[in-house]
Design a protein. Structure first.
Length: 85
């Protein structure tokens, strides 16, 4: 669920819960508002979780173990190649 949809559900739920004074027979608008607010909060948590996972993968910041190997600055490497190979 995208973040905007979660915010919308939370806002509609808050309006139904706290701002609507009308009543509908056999339907509690405050209960529906509370349910929408809970669904909106759960959707926001899931959206933030997926956004952080995807953003880490897109930037290539996958955590890997790195080892630092110190080399002798005076070490010389000689590679012999056969010019006729």
């Amino acid at each position: 669920m995208p973040l905007g949809t979660s915010l919308f559900l939370f806002a509609v739920g808050a309006i139904l819960r706290f701002a609507v004074a009308d009543s509908v027979p056999d339907i509690k608008l405050s209960a529906i508002g509370l349910i929408l607010m809970i669904v909106g909060v759960v959707g926001m948590v899931i959206s933030f979780f997926t956004m952080t996972l995807w953003s880490r993968d897109r930037r290539g910041e996958v955590v890997r173990e790195r080892r630092v190997v110190e080399r002798d600055p005076y070490e010389r490497r000689v590679v012999e190649r056969d010019p006729y190979a």
